[in-house]
Design a protein around this ligand. Structure first.
Ligand SMILES: NC(=O)c1ccc[n+]([C@@H]2O[C@H](COP(=O)([O-])OP(=O)(O)OC[C@H]3O[C@@H](n4cnc5c(N)ncnc54)[C@H](OP(=O)(O)O)[C@@H]3O)[C@@H](O)[C@H]2O)c1
Length: 307
């Protein structure tokens, strides 16, 4: 198992970064990114996979500013996953690909399940759905893990933006009518590692008919306002932050380039039943991320004082 070659695409992203840490004891990691591989050029993807011949590929790349550059977004989010899937199938390699709640329009009144019909309302969602469909049509051994509201102790995310804004402003206006489950990149990587460990220990049986889409988010639900309120309340004593005045607003009050679904909730029942992976409640996972941040900051400040 130690010699299993595991290729991580998108190593510096939120999820890719955590995958490098959580998968380290499952095999030989090869973490690749632009410019070593140009995801907008199918030949570059093919060459990288053919050179390494991994047993597992994890694709954590994505262009999130899709409305600004729809063509690039379609190349990276929509076309590249199909090319990776073709190459993976050719060498009998397992593909793990990350997808999103944005493939849905958010009008369902309860959590989405994997068999619900997608209906994306923005370019990002449309391009990500194209990627999911390309992988499904090619087949082979694959897991499409749909997650939502990703954040962590590093990268560009809502948690770090709120912590910064709390120090710059006295009032924050935050959308309160979109609901979902904030999911830490660390939890996503840990859950992925748990599933992979099972598959790698299964004596070559691999997915054994379990290829497909699996939702992978924290349990529980909240709005962006609820997330901000909880994270700032938890962060205040740990990071010595003063909580600004928090004002709940509606989606209509806050204009964004991409329309966002009102309901981003995803049911993770299938993941639990198939792989026994139980995701932590988002508030518990948040505490762990804030503890990591607080620990980092206190070490930094101790180092500065000692210098
Ligand atoms: N973030 C969310 O809230 C969210 C929600 C649901 C699903 N997801 C899915 O989860 C997965 C991981 O997301 P994440 O939050 O970890 O993303 P992220 O932090 O934005 O990282 C994306 C990765 O893709 C790479 N990338 C972006 N544009 C590229 C390009 N043109 N060519 C080559 N590489 C490029 C980035 O490289 P650079 O760092 O060099 O740009 C980075 O390594 C994605 O599949 C995403 O769709 C994310």
């Amino acid at each position: 198992m130690q010699n299993t070659k595991i290729m991580i695409l998108g190593r510096s992203g939120q999820v890719g970064w955590e995958l490098r840490h959580k998968l380290a004891c499952l095999g030989q990691l090869i973490a690749i990114e632009y410019p070593e591989i140009d995801f907008s050029k199918p030949d570059s993807i093919r060459a990288a996979v053919r050179a390494e011949k991994p047993a597992v590929i994890l694709n954590a790349t994505a262009v999130d500013k899709a409305e600004r550059d729809p063509e690039l977004a379609m190349a990276i989010n929509g076309t590249a996953p199909g090319v990776i899937a073709e190459e993976a199938k050719r060498i009998g390699c397992l593909l793990v690909h990350y997808s999103t709640d944005y493939v849905f329009d958010g009008t369902k009144q309860c959590p989405y399940v994997e068999t619900d019909n997608p209906c994306p309302v923005n370019v990002y969602g449309k391009t990500k759905l194209a990627g999911d469909e390309a992988i499904q049509s090619i087949g082979g051994d694959y897991l499409i893990l749909r997650t939502s509201w990703v954040y962590g102790a590093r990268g560009n995310n809502f948690l770090l933006t709120m912590l910064r804004l709390a120090q710059e402003r006295q009032e924050l206006r935050i959308v309160d009518d979109q609901i979902g489950a904030p999911t830490s990149s660390e939890c996503i990587a840990q859950a992925t590692a748990n599933v992979l460990a099972q598959l790698l220990a299964s004596e070559g049986r691999g997915l054994d008919g379990r290829s497909g889409i699996y939702n992978l988010t924290s349990s529980g639900e909240t709005s962006w306002f609820g997330f901000a309120k909880t994270l700032l309340t938890q962060a205040a004593p740990r990071l010595s932050i003063t909580i600004p005045n928090l004002v709940p607003i509606t989606t209509g009050d806050y204009s964004t380039p991409a329309k966002r679904p009102a309901n981003s909730r995803l049911s993770c029942q299938r993941l639990g039943e198939t792989f026994g992976v139980i995701m932590p409640h988002w508030e518990r996972a948040l505490t762990l991320v804030l503890e990591t941040l607080a620990e980092k900051l206190s070490r930094l400040s101790a180092n500065c004082q000692g210098a």
